[in-house]
Structures are given as C-alpha cells and as structure tokens.
Design a protein around this ligand. Structure first.
Ligand SMILES: NC(=O)c1ccc[n+]([C@@H]2O[C@H](COP(=O)([O-])OP(=O)(O)OC[C@H]3O[C@@H](n4cnc5c(N)ncnc54)[C@H](OP(=O)(O)O)[C@@H]3O)[C@@H](O)[C@H]2O)c1
Length: 272
C-alpha cells in the first residue's frame, strides 16, 4: 500500500490542494476538515471530521485511520488562520483562540500521531508555518507569535524524534491565494474599521501593502509542490520556503536595524 498521509484543514486552500495533488501522485490521503461536508469534491482515500481544538475529534480520526490502514506515514499540520491588528488592539480572546488552533491544535495532533509513528520507527511530520514565522511586520504580531511558537515546537520535535526515525519539517509559505485573506479581513474588520483607533494610518498602509502583495501572489500549488518535495526527499531539510523569494533566516542576518528600516519604509512608519 502507498504511504498514508493525514492532512488537517482540507476544506479550502493549501490543505485542499495538497489532498488533490498527493492523491493524484498515488498517496493514500486522509483529508480532514472541521465540517466533513466541505470535503465533498476533494479526492482522497478517506475523509474524516477533525477539529484541531477538539481532542475527541482528533482521537476518533486517528483511531479510524489506524483501523482502516494500520498506520500513518506522514502527518501534515496545515489548519491555521490569522488575526490582524496592533498588539494593543487585538482582543486577547481572539489571540487565545488563534493559539488554540495554530499552536495547541498542532501539538494535540502531534501527540495523537507520534506514538504510532514511534512504534513503526518511521514517519514524517510536516507543519505549515509561514514566512511570518521568521519575519515580523506591524499589525501581524499576534499571528507571527503563533508561527514563531510553531517553529520552536518543531525545532525541538525534530531533535526529540530523530532517534525514532521520524523526520520533522517546517514549510514557510509567503503570501498565497487561498481563503486565508478573506478570513484575515473578516477577523480584522472591527479593529481596522474603528475610526477612533490611533493606528488608523498604519492599518490603511497595511491594507495597501497587502493589496499590492496579493496582486502577485501564487496559488496553493506552489506550496503543495514543496510539501511533496519534503515528503519525497531522502534527507529532508528542516525548513522549506514556498512562494517567497528568500529565506527569512537569511534576511534576519542583516540585523534588526536594517529590518526595521525596510519595514518602516514599506509601512510608512515615521519617528515621533
Ligand atoms: N495563504 C497564505 O498567504 C498563507 C501564508 C503563510 C502560511 N499560511 C498557512 O497555511 C495554512 C493553510 O492556510 P490557507 O492559506 O490554505 O488558508 P485557508 O484557505 O483559509 O485554509 C485554512 C484551513 O484551516 C482550517 N481550520 C481553521 N480552524 C480549524 C480548526 N479548528 N480545526 C481544523 N481546521 C481548521 C480551515 O477550515 P474551515 O474551512 O473549517 O475554517 C481551512 O481548511 C495555515 O496554517 C496558514 O497559517 C498561509
């Protein structure tokens, strides 16, 4: 039997494209989503409900996969979303909920799947981070914090699971054409539209920069291609950038003051 791949968040975007691509390539894909009806037109060997914030739904999905296929060879932690706004203005409850999905959700699924991979002394865990997991821009700090946390978890996990033959990989996409931006806009609506906000000029500039970026953004297939490379590489890298011209780590070598200068120029941030 071909490798069994479990993917979270397949209703739209990168997860959906990945499920289709890997199915076409002959993998046994288990596509999951909070609402299983959203997977109606997705090609996959098995479709299951899975909400990464609900331990019961994760355990039921993992049990069902093991019953049917006996193993999980590849886990792709894809489910995630962003809340935008200045740190002073993002409601704590919204930030907490985002951490529940982007960080604790990933941890929960890893904790459910890793014991089975250890038993087989093999497996690959791939998490969709973001270029925002390396580079921080204003009004995106809370989302970046979730992806920084995800990067830290995976850096530890890579070393912890190495003795058990399990490889751990991070994928860092740039801006990609999916439902992601519609969700960001819906979440930011109340914050960005508040005329009393002291960050109004920053928010207008963020909207402008985002609109410019979106005109050039590639589709999810750019990320799916890189994920497939990471699955098939005999010695996968710790990190792959997808749909962004340069590694965030390389940019950071320039130092904080150069990065701040670039960002201040881009977002027209003046000194007091
Ligand atoms: N698009 C970009 O520009 C971009 C750039 C860098 C990184 N990323 C990352 O790429 C990943 C996929 O995003 P995308 O661009 O494909 O956006 P998307 O089209 O909005 O897809 C996000 C997926 O996450 C799912 N999801 C949200 N909360 C969930 C939960 N509690 N349990 C299970 N699934 C949940 C959504 O399901 P529902 O339909 O049920 O909400 C949806 O399937 C995310 O981790 C995102 O942070 C995206």
């Amino acid at each position: 039997m071909s490798q069994v791949v479990l993917i979270t968040g397949c209703s739209t975007g990168i997860g959906r494209d990945l499920a289709q691509r890997l199915t076409r390539s002959g993998y046994t894909v288990v596509a999951t989503a909070r609402n299983v009806d959203s997977l109606e037109n997705v090609q996959a060997a098995l479709k299951l409900p899975l909400d990464v914030t609900q331990p019961e739904s994760i355990n039921q999905a993992v049990e069902r996969i093991l019953q049917q296929f006996g193993r999980i060879d590849v886990l792709i932690n894809n489910a995630g979303y962003a809340v935008r706004g200045a740190i002073e203005e993002v409601p704590i409850e919204q930030a907490q909920q985002m951490f529940e999905v982007n960080v604790f959700g990933v941890m929960r699924v890893i904790q459910a799947v890793a014991p089975h991979m250890r038993q087989h002394q093999a497996g690959r865990i791939i998490s969709i981070s973001s270029i925002a997991g390396e580079l921080v821009t204003p009004a995106n700090g809370a989302y970046s914090a979730t992806k920084f946390a995800l990067e830290a978890l995976n850096d530890a996990l890579r070393l912890e699971l190495k003795p058990f033959g399990i490889q751990v990989v991070l994928i860092e996409p740039g801006s990609i054409k999916t439902q992601f931006h519609a969700t960001v806009e819906a979440n930011a609506q109340a914050i960005f539209a508040n005329p009393a906000s002291p960050y109004q000029s920053l928010y207008r500039q963020v909207e402008q920069v985002t609109a410019d970026m979106r005109r050039k953004e590639p589709g999810p297939e750019v990320v799916s291609r890189v994920v497939q490379q990471a699955i098939e590489a005999s010695r996968p890298k710790a990190r792959y950038v997808a749909g962004f011209p340069v590694s965030g780590r390389l940019v950071l070598l320039l130092g904080d003051s150069v990065w701040d200068l670039v960002v201040r120029h881009l977002f027209k941030i003046a000194s007091a």
